[in-house]
Design a binder for this molecule. Structure first.
Ligand SMILES: [Zn+2]
Length: 249
């Protein structure tokens, strides 16, 4: 049975192996060459750091070094928390790079340069590494194909990474613009920037987007209740089961 096109952990492994079997080799934003079968693995971590670590572990087993772009200003996770910093440490120890996922909608055009510098600096404090790449979260059309660097850093939508080479994204848990192996540019053997979001892949089998997100939301709710119990005696005493057992994964 082929798992090649399934959105699951097995499907993700199969996708990478299939790209390898078509002659692709892992590259990065610095070294990618347009007319080579270079593969840049980019992940935008929009929702779940735990899912990112699951994907990162599979990649490590396949000797793949990827770029993980993380948000600083999000309600979905907290990089400064114990869990957040542990996830960052895991991604780095598995051989991956961390970049800044910047939500430009939070800033005016005039503020964007300084904001990117500030956010990248904060992220560098967390990672202890230079942050030299930015990707935009849900970018406005004006940012797609923007040639200029931002805060002295390259970004993933510059033409050399976005339009000069093949580009494919799994936005909304689907291949809306076609499967990567079906792209004309890939058939011609051009370099490929493959953007995936870990939340769509971190499951044992294929699952629709809504049920996947409901499962994620239930896990976050459970974690929040355990934190309430840990921090507040009345809640802890009302729900003793929250402190009796280890937190489920
Ligand atoms: Zn995003």
């Amino acid at each position: 049975m082929s798992y090649q096109r399934e959105f699951s952990l097995i499907g993700y492994k199969s996708l990478i192996e299939d790209l390898f079997s078509h002659g692709y080799t892992i590259s990065n934003f610095r070294e990618v060459a347009t007319e080579s079968k270079h593969l840049i693995m980019r992940h935008d971590v929009d929702m779940c750091l735990d899912a990112a670590v699951e994907i990162a572990t599979i990649e490590n087993q396949l000797d793949v070094a990827a770029h993980y772009f993380v948000l600083l200003r999000t309600e979905m996770y907290n990089l400064f928390s114990k869990r957040g910093m542990a996830a960052i440490e895991s991604l780095l120890s598995l051989g991956h790079q961390i970049g800044l996922h910047l939500d430009a909608s939070l800033y005016s055009n005039d503020e964007l340069e300084d904001a990117a510098e500030w956010e990248a600096g904060c992220l560098q404090c967390i990672t202890g590494r230079e942050v030299d790449m930015i990707s935009f979260h849900r970018p406005a059309k004006s940012l797609l194909g923007r040639a200029d660097m931002l805060a002295g850093r390259h970004h993933a939508y510059q033409p050399k990474y976005f339009t000069d080479i093949a580009y494919c994204s799994d936005s909304r848990g689907r291949w809306d613009h076609g499967h990567p192996l079906d792209l004309q540019a890939v058939k011609k053997g051009q370099a490929l920037q493959l953007l995936t979001h870990p939340i769509w892949w971190a499951s044992k089998s294929d699952e629709n987007a809504v049920s996947r997100l409901n499962r994620f939301a239930a896990g976050r709710h459970e974690h929040l209740r355990r934190e309430l119990a840990r921090n507040c005696a009345p809640y802890r005493e009302a729900y003793t089961e929250l402190t009796d057992t280890d937190e489920p994964k």
